[in-house]
Design a protein around this ligand. Sequence first.
Ligand code: ATP
Length: 516
Amino acid sequence: MIPATGQASRKVLAAHQVAKTYGGVYALRDADFTVHSGQVHALLGENGAGKSTLVKILTGVHSPDHGKVLIDGEPVAFHSPLHAERLGIHAIHQHLALVRGLSIVDNFLLGRTHAGDRAGRFGFLDRREAAKVAEEAAAAVGLHVDPFTRVSELSLPQAQLVQIARALTAEAKVLVLDEPTAALTPADRDNLFERLDRLRRDGVGLVYISHRLDEITALCDRATILRDGRIVREMAKDELTVDAMIEAMLDRPVRQLYPPRADGPSGSPVLRVEKLTVPGQPPVGFTVNGGEVLGLTGLVDAGMVPVAEAVCGSRRAESGVVFVDGSEALPRTALEGMRHGIALVPADRSQALVAGLSIAENLALTSSSRAQLASRTRRRFRWLSRRRTRADAAGVIDRFAVDPRRPELATGSLSGGNQQKIVLAKAVSLSPRVLVLIEPTAGVDVGSRAQIYRLLREIAAQGVAVLLVSSDMQEVCGLSDRVCVFRAGAIVAEIPGPTTERDIMGQATRPLAGVQ
Ligand SMILES: Nc1ncnc2c1ncn2[C@@H]1O[C@H](COP(=O)(O)OP(=O)(O)OP(=O)(O)O)[C@@H](O)[C@H]1O
């Protein structure tokens, strides 16, 4: 295939017969993969298939156990990701790869301050010039902040935008993007795609990982499919339909992504939020009935996340009241929230998991009461408790299709999507009256997403009030019974029944006249 600029496509980066094991288990084997200049190459596969492992080898995060990496046909051994960057290989990883204690501009400058560096713009240390570049690059992806702000003061989506902006200013031969749109609104995503298209036309080779398959169809020139650590198929652009990609990844079709909504009216109000005020936002109120899924959505930082966090107690509200089943329940901590029957699936999965503990141990740490119960039981019947914990975990692994199916594995060693399934399972195991989910399927593969959506419907059908906060508008439309659209911290519209992305965006971007 010839890039749009007319120059011939070159093999800029390649993996040849690459293999990687973790603790003796293959995450990747016999992988041959080539990135061409001027093309967008998708890497597809279920959670745990080996995509991130391949990307980490191609970008200097890990060394392969076998095989080699080649740049422009020459073998290369990266010492570190910064070494790979200096050779023109840049990446936006699924996890945040910024230094949280440093400002945005200092993160932009990291590794780019050497004379003769490929990132020529930062070939000398001029913070003011770098700040200007950082500010412009951030604005171009929809983030308007002071470039001297520390990353630790940003929200997770904002920090992800910084990561994207930093990579886009690099003079890259190859840019690898692992789930870059998880935190983006459709408008920001379109903006990013335009930038990526420009990079493609300039001859940059792009590797793109996403579980949002419509993005692959829109953007990619070819795809490589991984299953259980092996490359099982290559697909050309004209084969990249959503159904064909699902079959290639899962080896089975997914009949229906979103389960049918409940028939008839939902139950009585379970969650009632009145005049809830979080710092810098106007008071808001809404109700969620038992059996109902209420979607909260809007543009990035439209204010729905702080509101949802205040409902759960993971963020302090300034004022307002929250009722669960008619009892006053404005929690001041997440633990208080759990005691009132409110469970949270947070956006940042690292908040909800102890990476060094096993799947079974993380699941056992769900609530103070359960933890106390477990420790009491553990003291008296240590062997029984461990057996029960393992058996509980095995049940969760089956129900949520966690891979690998080994309760004793540390959650830190799971792939991103599988970690997310454990976070969700922890919240569900509390038997909550109100389940609050923030970006619940970011990084989760399409087969597992279908299972999770079915589970959420089942949970709602048991009379639970489900509050879904998501920037994936397809998900909001597919799953919600009703949608509240946020803008500048206020609810600007409540849309009953099935709705469309277009309706939501119309409300999310409407001028603010009349809204406090
Ligand atoms: N640091 C690690 N230690 C042990 N095992 C690991 C580690 N990182 C990954 N693995 C294992 O390697 C396999 C491949 O994981 P990888 O992260 O490459 O999958 P992935 O295709 O990127 O999945 P996802 O879509 O969920 O991000 C998984 O079984 C995972 O549990």
